[in-house]
Design a protein around this ligand. Structure first.
Ligand SMILES: [Ca+2]
Ligand SMILES: [Ca+2]
Length: 369
């Protein structure tokens, strides 16, 4: 048997591991570019058993969803479309579109970007006979996101085929003030690593009158964790549950909730398509010099629709720490802040602080579940 490295060929030819000697067709969890007739830009991931690839997760809205049916066209009937629900993200119409797609070319719909915001129905209506079933999403139907407190959440697809929720914006001063009001002086119920944390109050610029929509800053890791828990959410961590492994999988789109959302499942360097745009998100080239109201820059949207300021404004705490000693553990933040430039504003840009550290560029957003 011939064995050769195909690392350099993987993008173009679909080589999916370091050698050709494997018995299985792909490596579980790995991502490969989509190649579809419907112009889908995105990725498909290897199934958990390594015996095949999932449907494509398209990141360009025009392409709708990706294939669950696959296979060559046999002239299927038009997709019937349907109604997507932009509030619940259930994308029921997307399912109809995807079903029609199975009769068409290899482009029917598992988890399309349209589905992420419940627009699957609209995309489904575009599916024509014998072409591609431009369905929305059948994969993002796992219910509504928590909405009891904090920013509205957006449901995004994971490469493994499921989905989860992430706050649409950084947590604001108003959001955080509600948490402090509800908690009062009660800091009980924290994990042992946060035993040092006897106060949830930001260490500077607080109270913050007339700055309600600015992102909360000057909070330590334990404050961020406690806020998310209070809001019925959690600090963004590993897809499927639990923390990330610090400096290991925080920028792996198949594992990291935050990075998958920012990078549109690993297909973008920044939350917006293409190369760095200094005027898009609030970094040093944006010109504000400090944090701005969350969602203020409409150009700083993505990697999935309805999510803002993943790049810049404030760096965001992750559930990713060096150990369990407590205050001295080092924990990572991601996405850069108003104080940094192009490279440090990428989705995969990590910074760090002690678990107890509070700084003017340290903020958060939450994920669920
Ligand atoms: Ca604190
Ligand atoms: Ca940010």
């Amino acid at each position: 048997m011939v064995s050769f490295s195909c690392a350099l060929l993987s993008g173009a030819l679909g080589c999916s591991s370091k050698t050709t000697t494997r018995a299985t067709p792909c490596e579980p969890g790995e991502a490969q570019p989509c190649i579809t007739a419907a112009g889908c830009d995105g990725l498909r991931s290897c199934n958990a058993d390594g015996n095949g690839l999932s449907g494509c997760v398209c990141t360009n809205p025009g392409a709708g969803g990706a294939s669950t049916g696959g296979g060559p066209s046999t002239g299927g009937s038009p997709a019937t479309g349907g109604s997507g629900n932009s509030d619940s993200g259930t994308g029921s119409g997307g399912i109809a579109g995807g079903a029609a797609g199975t009769g068409g070319a290899a482009a029917g719909g598992a988890a399309g970007e349209g589905g992420a915001v419940g627009e699957g129905g609209a995309s489904g209506a575009d599916g024509g006979a014998g072409t591609a079933g431009l369905g929305g999403n059948g994969g993002l139907d796992a219910g509504t996101c928590p909405s009891t407190a904090g920013p509205a959440m957006v449901r995004v697809p994971s490469l493994a085929g499921g989905s989860y929720c992430i706050d649409s914006t950084e947590v604001t001063n108003d959001d955080y003030a509600a948490f402090l009001t509800a908690k009062g002086a009660d800091t009980s119920g924290q994990p042992a690593v946060c035993g040092f944390n006897g106060d949830y109050t930001p260490s500077s610029d607080w109270p913050a009158p007339s700055m309600g929509n600015l992102p909360v800053r000057w909070i330590d890791w334990c404050d961020a964790r406690a806020y998310c828990e209070w809001a019925g959410k959690r600090l963004c961590g590993r897809i499927g549950g639990g923390p990330l492994v610090r400096n290991n999988n925080e920028t792996n789109a198949g594992m990291s909730q935050w990075f998958n959302a920012c990078s549109a499942s690993g297909t973008r360097t920044y939350p917006y398509p293409g190369v760095y745009v200094g005027s898009a998100c609030n970094g040093v080239d944006f010109g504000s010099g400090t944090a701005i109201d969350v969602g203020q820059s409409a150009a700083c949207e993505g990697g999935f629709p309805g999510i803002f300021d993943m790049s810049g404004n404030v760096s965001e705490w992750l559930d990713s720490c060096s150990g369990t000693a407590g205050a001295s553990d080092v924990c990572n933040l991601i996405g850069g802040s108003s104080a940094v430039g192009s490279t440090a504003l990428a989705c995969g840009s990590l910074t760090s602080g002690a678990r107890s550290q509070q700084a003017p560029t340290f903020g958060l957003r939450c994920c669920a579940p």
